[in-house]
Write a protein that binds this ligand. Structure first.
Ligand code: G6P
Length: 369
């Protein structure tokens, strides 16, 4: 087992650190920015259906559902097709309105999640086209779908998903760019620009990983907190959900993720000097608004940990700790902003003596409903 961990103390840490490579593996042979080429083999025969879909429905569970939320922003922004993101467990029992004009994307690391599989069978019986985004080759979900793209993240052993999440987002990003280009909602020049930026993501993730020591200091400071709040907007809203989920899963600290602007409708009541609030406040279209949310937390003496864009000069005067990550296109930020949140939950869990790779009550693959 020590050999399999490749010198790391835990699989989760190994998998966090593998992300520059797993994201690159996911894009290898598919993305060639210099020549403006983006090829997703699985999509080829279904591109027509995808392009002409009235609606995209994404279904998944857990972390994969969070990747689906990121994809909602991606598909709507780049391809202008309405998207719904559904918990598979709800979708399957709701008698949903779904039919031949819908394009369903099922996301699953293991490819074995019972609820996701049942949601696929239901949508299939109603005539929809089902596309899978799975990590495990030959898994039940991969076999049940009409077509799909594998995430090629390699085996993920830690129960808390890390590299599978960023690989899922990488595939979904490529799908959204391809779709936008084919539909003409994305101009050629913008498409080319986005492809080049996407190619830089593995090296930017590598840079983000170097913040590990700083994150250990933050973990030490807040490891005994009883609650955490994670806030972000836009593309960083699903990242806030994912950051909170990672912390709950492995450290057993209660954590909630929220869209930053919703804070005033509830979570703000919880804020006092005991409450660490993790903001994802990168320089994007909602930056100013997130900054005012930070001020609101500060006014209530909450402790602020902020993930910001490198060189940010505003938030550093308000936050207790800042984590500076490399700048990228707004749509690609989740691939980088989630990294320090994975590291934070990892270090807190280790410091609390938790079983990081095998947290209590959780399973890697949930094959029962
Ligand atoms: C379990 C795992 C999570 C995972 C979820 C969905 O709860 O512990 O890490 O996100 O199932 O699994 P899937 O394999 O379908 O992505």
């Amino acid at each position: 087992e020590a050999i399999e961990k490749g010198g790391y103390d835990h699989f989760m840490l190994k998998e966090i650190n593998e992300q520059p490579r797993s994201i690159a593996d996911c894009m290898r042979g598919r993305l060639d920015a210099k020549n403006g080429r983006l090829v997703l083999g699985g999509l080829r025969d279904y591109m027509n259906k995808f392009q002409n879909a009235k609606r995209i429905i994404i279904t998944a569970c857990g972390t994969s559902w969070h990747a689906g939320l990121v994809a909602e922003y991606l598909f709507e922004e780049f391809a202008r097709i309405p998207v719904e993101v559904e918990y598979a467990s709800e979708f399957r029992y709701r008698n949903p309105v779904v039919g031949p004009e819908d394009f369903i994307i099922a996301i699953s690391q293991s490819g074995e999640t019972a609820d996701t599989l049942a949601a696929i069978e239901l949508a299939k019986s109603k005539g929809a086209t089902i596309f899978g985004v799975c990590n495990v080759v030959g898994s039940s979900i991969a076999r049940a779908t009409h077509a799909g793209s594998y995430t090629h993240a390699g085996p993920e052993i830690g129960v808390a998903s890390t590299k599978a999440f960023t690989a899922q987002i990488s595939v979904l990003t490529m799908m959204a760019l391809k779709l936008g280009y084919q539909r003409g909602t994305l101009s050629e020049s913008r498409y080319m620009q986005l492809l080049s930026e996407l190619e830089t993501i593995p090296s930017k993730v590598e840079r983000a990983l170097k913040l590990n020591d700083k994150i250990q200091v933050i973990a030490e400071k807040y490891k005994d907190s009883r609650n955490f709040l994670y806030l972000g907007r836009g593309y960083n809203f699903p990242v806030a959900l994912e950051g909170a989920l990672k912390l709950k899963e492995i450290s057993y600290i209660h954590a909630e993720g929220y869209p930053a602007a919703e804070m005033k409708h509830g979570p703000i009541a919880l804020i006092d000097e005991e409450m660490p609030v993790v903001f994802i406040a990168t320089k994007d279209s909602s930056y100013e608004k997130v900054v005012s949310n930070i001020q609101e937390v500060k006014a209530r003496k909450g402790k602020i940990i902020a993930v910001v864009t490198e060189g940010d000069d505003t938030v550093k005067h308000m936050a207790d700790y800042i984590i500076e990550i490399p700048d990228t296109e707004e749509a690609f930020v989740p691939l980088i902003s989630v990294i320090p949140l994975q590291q934070l939950s990892y270090h807190i869990a280790v410091m609390r003596g938790c079983n990081v790779d095998q947290p209590r009550n959780l399973a890697k693959s949930v094959t029962v409903e």
